[in-house]
Each structure stands twice: as C-alpha cells, then as structure tokens.
Write a protein that binds this ligand. Structure first.
Ligand code: 99T
Length: 206
C-alpha cells in the first residue's frame, strides 16, 4: 500500500520531475497520486491547507507531515532508495549538478509565468515587455545548456538532466511556438534520446 500522497497534475513539469524520479528509483508504488486542478487565481483548498504557497507538488508523508517544493521532495525521495543517488551526495559534483538543476527550474519558472500571463491574465492587462523578458530568460538558459553542458547532461540522468528534460517537455506542451529545437540542435538530440527512457514515456504531460 502507498504510504505517501503526492498532490499532482499531469501538466505540471515540477510534479513530473518527482514522477520521473519515482520511476527511475523504483518507488512508484510507494506514492499515491491525488490529482488537483489549481492556478494562482483559483487555489485548491486542500493544497493550500498543506502548503500555504498553494503550489504543487506537495508530498504528504505517512506521519501526516508535508514536504514542498519539488526540490525538497526530490531530495527526500532520493534518500529513500538504495540505488545510485540522483543528487550527488557531496563534493564538486553535488554543487554543479544542483546548479544545473536550478537553471532548469529557472526555465520552468519563466515558462509557467508566461503560461499564466497568456492563459489567465485578461488580454488588456498583458505586458509585452514582461513576456519578452521571460522568453529571454529561457533563451539564455537554453543557450548556456547547449554551449556548456551537453557532455555533462549525457553523462548521468540525474537531478540536472531530469530537470532539463522536464523543462524541455514543458516548453513543447505550453510554448511550442518558441521552436527551441531549431536553435539548439545539441539539446534536441539529447532530448530525443532521454525521451525514450521508460520514466519519461510514462510521465508525458497531458
Ligand atoms: O502558483 C500557483 O498558485 C499554482 N501553481 C503551481 O502550483 C505550479 C504548477 S505548474 N507549481 C509551481 O509553480 C511549483 C514551483 C515550485 N518552486 C516547485 O515545486 O519547485 C502548472 C503549469 C501548467 O499547468 O501549465
């Protein structure tokens, strides 16, 4: 029986990072999924009671305590299996891979803000410069990954690679017009490879 409950939405890339980890580390059966619909303007009461920020993912543990956000949950679940850690335990590798993961999260933060700006905000209140600034963050991060990180990404499917894979999947879902593959052929090739992993196939966004 599942001992933990994950507040979940099939479109959330932050949740997807956790779902990919569960598949990669053989922990799928340990976590029950509680699907919720929410947005900044339509919070979900149960989620808000457990996470005052009102965001998913949040993970309720067997003792009733709750962990959030995705970085904390990822770290926690990575310490609950006996295989190779997805977050390097110490040394330079730890800080490097966490920094890459943080940049992948920055892509997500910008892409989710863009999504809310175009999907939730009334048209007459939208701000083009602000949207462009979010797109610029995404472009700068992708250019950095393409220029400096291809070999590192290919070396391990860990916290950094999972983060970026979920970010690229989310760009395909919500920002297909960005057409990132045309500018980042190396990332496109890497993403095509990792997309074949069972963990990525099983967690495709809907
Ligand atoms: O901002 C809100 O009130 C509701 N939004 C969320 O819960 C989003 C869902 S992605 N989650 C986050 O922003 C989590 C960010 C946090 N730093 C983490 O967990 O790492 C939904 C995207 C979509 O449906 O397009």
């Amino acid at each position: 029986m599942s001992s933990m409950t994950l507040y979940h939405s099939p479109s959330s890339p932050f949740v997807r990072k956790i779902s990919v980890l569960l598949h990669e580390t053989g922990q799928v059966e340990r976590v029950a999924l509680r699907e919720v619909q929410l947005s900044p303007t339509a919070p979900h009461a149960e989620v808000t009671a457990d996470n005052p920020a009102g965001k998913i993912p949040a993970l309720r543990l067997a003792d009733g305590s709750v962990l959030h956000d995705s970085r904390v949950i990822f770290d926690y679940l990575d310490q609950q299996h006996v295989g190779e850690a997805l977050i390097p335990p110490s040394g330079h590798a730890r800080w490097r891979r966490l920094t890459m993961a943080s940049l992948a999260d920055a892509i997500l933060d910008a892409a989710v803000l863009l999504r809310y700006e175009t999907f939730l905000r009334p048209e007459e209140k939208r701000w083009d410069e602000w949207q462009q600034a979010q797109q610029d963050k995404i472009e700068r991060a992708l250019a950095y990954f393409e220029r400096d990180c291809l070999a590192e990404l290919a070396s391990h499917f860990d916290v950094a690679a999972i983060g970026l894979a979920c970010s690229l999947g989310y760009l395909d879902l919500r920002q297909p017009k960005l057409g990132w593959r045309a500018r980042y052929a190396g990332l496109a090739g890497w993403y095509a490879d990792v997309s074949q992993r069972p963990s990525m196939q099983a967690t495709q966004p809907k």
